[in-house]
Design a protein around this ligand. Structure first.
Ligand code: CA
Length: 232
């Protein structure tokens, strides 16, 4: 798996150093910009997964940088503010940041906020569903054009909704798919039926793709969220 790249925009050398060391230790790839103009340049250059953005910056303020980034990107942004009064200003201005952290912060707390924002961004991303093309994850393979599903090389018959659900799960293997998303994508936006329908279909799918459907290792339940197909 590739590292998560974080763009740290901060002009205070001591903060830059602490973040570079602390975030590096947490497994992040750290890219630093020390003023607002450099922040925009580095953003275009590296395409970070998340941005930590100080409010008070030389050349261009963090607020302006945030606004400019939001015009072209939905990349998560966490604002770093010197005092809580600044947070109120930033929130009031609705610059489009995803979260706010007041200095001084603990790196551990900051990382927890970063991971939460990244998780949220991931579940809002458009889902991958190729209209056609064979998808294979581990020993499960589907051919959407032929409506064909193979498990360990053996053809498995499934109802249309089961097949669509498996297609969505496989196409997004490794990602948690929230229950609502699965219901909307498979049954449509106007679905008003029992939400148990999803669980019933998952159960049927498991009986077809799992080695032991009582102890699923492929289609796993993420409690309180939804389901994930393990990348195998
Ligand atoms: Ca500053």
């Amino acid at each position: 798996m590739s590292k998560t790249t974080v763009l740290v925009v901060e002009d205070e050398p001591s903060f830059v150093e602490a973040l570079t060391v602390g975030l590096g230790r947490e497994g992040f790839e750290v890219v630093v910009a020390t003023d607002g103009v450099e922040a925009l340049e580095k953003f275009d250059e590296v395409g970070p997964d998340i941005v930590l953005l100080d409010v008070m910056l030389p050349k261009l303020s963090g607020i302006d940088v945030c606004r400019l980034l939001r015009q072209k990107s939905r990349t998560p942004i966490i604002m770093l503010t010197a005092k809580s009064a600044e947070i109120d200003t930033v929130v009031g201005l609705e610059v489009g940041a995803d979260d706010y952290v007041t200095k001084p912060y603990r790196v551990r707390e900051l990382v927890a906020r970063m991971r939460a924002v990244l998780r949220r961004a991931e579940s809002n991303e458009p889902l991958d569903v190729a209209a056609s093309g064979i998808i294979e994850v581990g020993s499960v393979r589907i051919d959407p054009d032929a409506h064909l599903a193979l498990v360990d090389g053996q053809e498995v018959t499934m109802a249309l909704k089961e097949f669509e659900l498996l297609h969505l799960l496989l196409a997004n293997a490794g990602r948690v798919l929230p229950r609502d998303t699965l219901i909307q994508r498979v049954w449509g936006h106007d679905y008003v039926g029992d939400t148990k329908t999803l669980d019933v279909h998952i159960k049927r799918l498991r009986s077809k793709v799992e080695v032991d459907s009582a102890a699923p290792t492929r289609i796993v339940t993420i409690r309180g969220l939804g389901y994930k197909y393990e990348r195998g």
